[in-house]
Ligand binder design. Structure first.
Ligand SMILES: NC(=O)c1ccc[n+]([C@@H]2O[C@H](COP(=O)([O-])OP(=O)(O)OC[C@H]3O[C@@H](n4cnc5c(N)ncnc54)[C@H](O)[C@@H]3O)[C@@H](O)[C@H]2O)c1
Length: 406
């Protein structure tokens, strides 16, 4: 039986997927409200295909609890933020979860860390916890790292089809854990050592962050000298070996905006490109704010309360707002002692920021300028409603005669 610890964006679909494919699974989360919601038959976030997967998993017998279970396999999927000052990984959630596992687990159990962790985290933080509890690693407790690659918005499909990496001290244990994942995963599953697995996950997200930063930097150069960054990228990408990403208003979520910092924190002298890339991406919400003021000046708009940000989530068609560029922009505005921007997102039904709307038409009725921060399908399908507005399209998705870009 597998005890999945942490039932958030990653732990929940993983637990459901295993359960729906014949593995006996109990999910544990210390958030009682979340566990109660699941036990009442509801999922805790919106995601394509999740409700159906949930129904299948419940039918197959998945259970949810706040208690840690006595079993032979644990999958730990708790948050791994970074320390804003040192930039190093903050492993406190992983350490706390492993400590709790140690209180109940029998000898011979395998602890799989699925959370994204920087290279060396298991050596530095996890092994000591296990040894302090009197267990011998490799005999009493086996350690595995199985990072996750799925993207919000397409999680269910990607869980089924992505390739995976499993890092283990002991090949045989790695292969045993691989069987659990192979119950549902149709991709290739590579078994390697723990530190390699730790590094690959962080490197994958760093690759993406650096490439996004390159596109954002091009946008800034082009803005400075009146060039069309989208036309330039389109032409460059016709080169057979060039594939430049699109610029945007910033990077959010708990992966690309976080994980590369782990490397900067641990290897400050060796991560010049990565560090500058992260700063470039983090600077984009401020860049957008400056664009808003520039365009307001050009169009003779004086009232910031007549400017609306479309989109609060960190990417399109999901309800995850963590570290989102819109939140970063609003914070930046408050740091400049200014407030008043209106905000709307079709995926966010709770009030999470000031001046938030829950209806597109009401929102549009109250603003003269719309800043498209997120390319939800809704705004693409309703672009004609923006026709009489001043538009700053940070995502290059609005096809109307007069549109400003970043
Ligand atoms: N969200 C993504 O798109 C994504 C993608 C790939 C990898 N990851 C990584 O997966 C890990 C988990 O991320 P997430 O987005 O699922 O986080 P999350 O915040 O959505 O969920 C984490 C859950 O763990 C629970 N939790 C924390 N400590 C606990 C403990 N000691 N005992 C029991 N429950 C505990 C929390 O209550 C929460 O429900 C992170 O390392 C993240 O970097 C996330």
């Amino acid at each position: 039986m597998v005890n999945v610890i942490g039932l958030g964006y990653i732990g929940l679909p993983t637990a459901l997927m295993m359960a729906a494919h014949g593995v006996e699974v109990i999910g544990t989360d210390y958030n009682k409200k979340l566990v109660d919601t699941l036990n009442a038959g509801h999922t805790t976030f919106k995601e394509k295909g999740l409700d159906e997967l949930f129904a299948n998993a419940v039918k197959a017998g998945v259970r949810f609890t706040t208690e840690y279970q006595v079993t032979d396999t644990y999958i730990v999927s708790v948050p791994t933020p970074y320390d804003k000052f040192s930039k190093k990984i903050d492993a406190c959630y992983v350490v706390a979860a492993v400590k709790s596992v140690m209180e109940v687990c029998p000898k011979g159990a395998t602890v799989v860390i699925e959370s994204t962790i920087s290279p060396g985290t298991i050596d530095k933080f996890v092994r000591p916890v296990i040894e302090e509890n009197g267990f011998k690693i490799g005999e009493d407790i086996h350690l595995v790292h199985a990072p996750e690659r799925i993207i919000p918005g397409n999680m269910v499909y990607e869980l089924l089809h992505n390739n995976r990496t499993i890092g283990a001290d002991n090949r045989e244990i790695g292969e045993k854990v691989k069987e659990y994942y192979a119950s549902f995963c149709q991709g290739e599953i590579v078994v390697t050592d723990i530190k390699t697995a730790e590094m690959t996950k962080v490197v994958e997200n760093t690759f993406r962050a650096v490439n996004i930063a390159f596109a954002n930097e091009l946008a800034k150069i082009c803005r400075h000298d009146g060039m069309d960054v989208y036309e330039i990228i389109k032409i460059c990408n016709m080169h057979p070996r060039v594939n430049i990403l699109q610029p945007g208003p910033g990077v959010g979520g708990h992966c690309i905006s976080v994980d590369p910092w782990f490397l900067v924190g641990d290897y400050p002298a060796l991560t010049k490109v990565i560090g500058e890339s992260m700063k470039t991406n983090d600077g984009m919400p401020d860049f957008v704010l400056n664009r808003i003021y520039e365009i307001m000046k050009e169009k003779g708009l004086k009232d910031i309360t007549k400017v609306g940000l479309y989109g609060l989530t960190y990417k399109e068609n999901v309800d995850d707002i963590r570290e989102s560029p819109t939140l970063q922009l609003l914070e930046s505005q408050e740091r400049h002692l200014a407030t008043g921007l209106k905000v709307y997102d079709p995926f966010i039904t709770d009030d999470v920021v000031k001046n938030q709307y829950h209806d597109l038409d009401k929102f549009l009725n109250d603003v003269d300028m719309v800043v498209v921060m997120v390319k939800h399908n809704e705004i693409k399908e309703n672009a004609d409603k923006l026709a009489n507005k001043v538009i700053l399209d940070c995502q290059n998705v609005i096809d109307l005669p007069e549109v400003y870009h970043i």
